[in-house]
Ligand binder design. Sequence first.
Ligand code: MN
Length: 238
Amino acid sequence: MQYVIPPPPQAAIPVAGEESQAFPVRRIWCVGRNYAEHAREMGHDPNREPPFFFSKPADTLVPSGTTLPFPSLTKDLHHEIELVVAIGIGGSDIPAETALEHVWGYGVGLDMTRRDLQTEAKKLQRPWEPGKSFDASCPVSPLVPASRIGHPGRGAIWVKVNGEVKQSGDLAQQIWNVAECIAHLSRSVALAPGDLILTGTPAGVGSVKPGDRLEGHVEGVGDLTITYDAAASLQRVV
Ligand code: MN
């Protein structure tokens, strides 16, 4: 069989500290409202309802250190700093007790959001894709294997915009921890090697403007830097 057009490149993320190794990405899942303070700031009750998930295509990934053009259609681009979980072993109906055995490693990600489009979609009961799944909407740091750092259940998570801390929290504040997120998601869809899960964002989401520099950090996991420049051209992770 011969492809009739060039096949799309395999999305991948570099492995931290290993120049010749990369983690190939299949699907990107994101957890909604997984920190109580963020649920409150978005106008929702932070009670422990089951987690919900949305997705971004793998080709929305961009690597740390990238300068990105400002996205189209939005006047309210928001940063959401998140712990990224990289699935190494797939499965369905995974019990929370053994879920961490499915994790290959971790990274630092930004669930960039065109908040004005997401808000409009919520109001009109339309899908979230225009707000969440646009080009270059998923910057992710190099991934670090769990075999090196273990499974972080607590530790600082923050993002600075132009040097000023905008979001700051602790992984221990997650309403659903990593194992529980995997358990819930794997009841909805079969997970497979290469899947990523962005595990929600702490309070303090806010606007990003052209020219802004974002620095994200998760304690014990890594760092991520992204700059927006209206004159930049789009780059992808390959
Ligand atoms: Mn998010």
